[in-house]
Design a protein around this ligand. Structure first.
Ligand SMILES: [Zn+2]
Length: 438
C-alpha cells in the first residue's frame, strides 16, 4: 500500500507524485498557512467544469451552483486516497462523499432524501463545483487576477463600437485616479452610504456632474469615457467598479484590488459575489486578518447601520469561514428576517446563557409571530425548519418541548399539526435507532 500513503495529503500538501499540485499553490497562501497556523487546506484534484456539469440535470445544477457560491460547503476534506468528504448546509446539514480518480468523478453519495433516489443531487453538485473552483483558484494564484479585464474585454467586444480600445499604463492610471476620486476611496464612507440606501446602479451615483467634469483632468475623463459606455454600464457586474477593478489588474495594484474585493463583500446581494471571499484571502496573503478586520469594522456596531438590510451571501460566507461570532450576532440584529437567524443559529447561541437562548427563541412561543402568519403550508414548513435546526444546534429535547408548545397553541391547524407529528416521530425514531446502535 505504498501508493496509499504517498497520495494522502500530509499537512494539507500532497507529495509531488500526487499530480504536482503542490507546485501550484500560491506562495502567499503557503506563507499565510505558516504565519497563522491555520488548519491545513486540502489541495484539490483538477476537475473539468464541463465534466462536472454534465453529471447533473439543469435545475439541480442551478441549485448546486447557488449552494456553492453561498459557501454552504463546509469541512471539505480528503479523507482517503481519492475519497473526499464534506458537509453541505441544506435545511439541515447533509453528509456528502465523492470518489475521484485521475481527476474524474467515479461515484458520489449524499445523506439527503433526494440522494436516496439519485446519485447526483444538488449537495453533491455543490461539493464538486466548490472543488472545481478551488482547484482553479489554486492553479491561477501565481498569476495576477485578470477577471475584470476579461469582463471588460467582452463588454467592448460585444458593444461593437469600440474595437480599438488599447490603454497604456499611464491611461489606466488616469482611469484609476478618476474613479477613486469619484468614490472617495480609500475611505469607504461614501460607498457604504450608497450601499445602505440600496442603490444598485453605481454609475448613476458617480456619473459625472458638470463641475466634476471641469474639475477632473480632461485627459483622464476622456480615457474613462473611452473605456466604458455610460448607457451600457449595467452590463458589467459592478458597473464603474468593474472598470476600476480592471485598472487595478492592469496596474498590478494589490492594495487597490484588496479594498475593492472588500467593497464587493460588504455590498454583496448576489450569491455570485461570495466568491470574493476566497479571492480576497488568496490576494491578501499575510494581510488577510487586516482585511477581515476592515470588513467587520464597516459591517458591525457603529457602522453596521451602513449595511444594506438585504441578505449578504458574501458576508455570511466570511462569517462562517472565519467564525466571526460577534459579527454574526450583530448582522442578525440589523435585520429581523427569520431565515437569517435560522441559518446562523449555531453562531447566535454560541457563548450565550440559557436565558438569552430562551429569549432568542421566544418568538416561536408567540401565536402572533411572523412564523405563523401567511400561507399555512409555508408556515408549517418554516416551523419544521426551525425545529430541525434547534434540534441540531441545541439538542432534540428543547426542540421537542417547543413542538409540544406549538401544537397546543394551534390545535386546529392541519398542516402544522401534521408537520409537528412528523417531526416528533422522526426524532423518536432517530433516538430509537441511536439506542439500537449502542
Ligand atoms: Zn443531497
Amino acid at each position: 500500500m505504498a501508493g496509499m500513503t504517498g497520495d494522502v495529503p500530509q499537512q494539507g500538501i500532497p507529495e509531488a507524485g500526487a499530480g504536482g499540485y503542490a507546485e501550484q499553490i500560491d506562495k502567499t497562501e503557503q506563507a499565510r498557512q505558516t504565519e497563522h497556523e491555520d488548519p491545513p487546506r486540502p489541495t484539490y484534484p483538477a476537475l473539468s467544469r464541463r465534466d462536472v456539469e454534465r453529471l447533473f440535470e439543469p435545475q439541480v445544477l442551478a441549485r448546486a451552483r447557488r449552494y456553492a457560491h453561498a459557501g454552504r460547503v463546509r469541512d471539505l476534506a480528503n479523507i482517503a486516497e481519492g475519497l473526499w468528504h464534506a458537509r453541505v448546509e441544506g435545511s439541515v446539514p447533509y453528509s456528502v462523499d465523492v470518489r475521484i480518480l485521475h481527476s474524474r468523478v467515479v461515484s458520489a453519495g449524499c445523506s439527503c432524501p433526494d440522494g436516496q433516489r439519485r446519485t447526483y443531487c444538488k449537495h453533491v453538485g455543490a461539493v464538486l463545483l466548490t472543488m472545481e473552483e478551488a482547484a482553479r483558484i489554486e492553479q491561477r494564484t501565481t498569476a495576477f487576477p485578470q477577471e475584470a479585464s476579461h469582463e471588460l474585454w467582452w463588454y467592448w467586444h460585444n458593444s461593437g463600437h469600440r474595437p480599438d480600445v488599447r490603454l497604456g499604463e499611464d491611461e489606466w492610471r488616469a482611469v484609476r485616479m478618476l474613479l477613486e476620486r469619484l468614490y472617495g476611496l480609500p475611505d469607504l464612507a461614501a460607498y457604504m452610504r450608497m450601499n445602505r440606501d440600496g442603490r444598485h446602479s453605481w454609475q448613476e451615483s458617480v456619473s459625472l456632474s458638470k463641475e466634476q467634469k471641469k474639475r477632473y483632468k480632461h485627459r483622464a475623463r476622456r480615457r474613462l469615457m473611452s473605456v466604458a459606455d455610460v448607457e451600457r454600464l449595467e452590463d458589467l457586474p459592478h458597473g464603474w467598479l468593474t472598470v476600476l477593478e480592471a485598472a487595478y489588474e492592469h496596474l498590478h495594484d494589490v492594495e487597490g484590488l484588496r479594498l475593492l474585493y472588500a467593497m464587493y463583500i460588504l455590498g454583496a446581494r448576489d450569491d455570485a459575489d461570495a466568491r470574493y471571499v476566497p479571492r480576497l484571502r488568496a490576494l491578501a496573503g499575510g494581510h488577510w486578518a487586516d482585511d477581515v478586520a476592515l470588513i467587520e469594522h464597516w459591517a458591525t456596531y457603529r457602522h453596521g447601520a451602513c449595511m444594506s438590510r438585504d441578505d449578504n451571501p458574501a458576508f455570511e460566507r466570511l462569517l462562517r469561514e472565519e467564525h466571526l461570532v460577534d459579527a454574526a450576532k450583530c448582522y442578525c440584529m440589523l435585520h429581523s428576517g427569520e431565515e437569517r437567524r435560522l441559518r446562523l443559529l449555531d453562531m447566535l447561541v454560541e457563548g450565550e446563557s440559557e436565558d438569552s437562548i430562551d429569549r432568542l427563541l421566544e418568538f416561536l412561543r408567540q401565536p402572533d409571530s411572523a412564523v405563523y402568519l401567511g400561507d399555512a403550508e409555508q408556515s408549517a414548513w418554516l416551523v419544521g425548519a426551525w425545529l430541525d435546526r434547534i434540534s441540531e444546534v441545541l439538542g432534540s429535547a428543547r426542540a421537542t418541548d417547543l413542538a409540544a408548545w406549538i401544537a397546543d397553541m394551534f390545535p386546529n391547524r392541519e398542516f402544522l399539526q401534521a408537520r409537528l407529528r412528523a417531526y416528533v416521530k422522526e426524532t423518536r425514531d432517530a433516538a430509537h435507532e441511536e439506542a439500537h446502535d449502542e
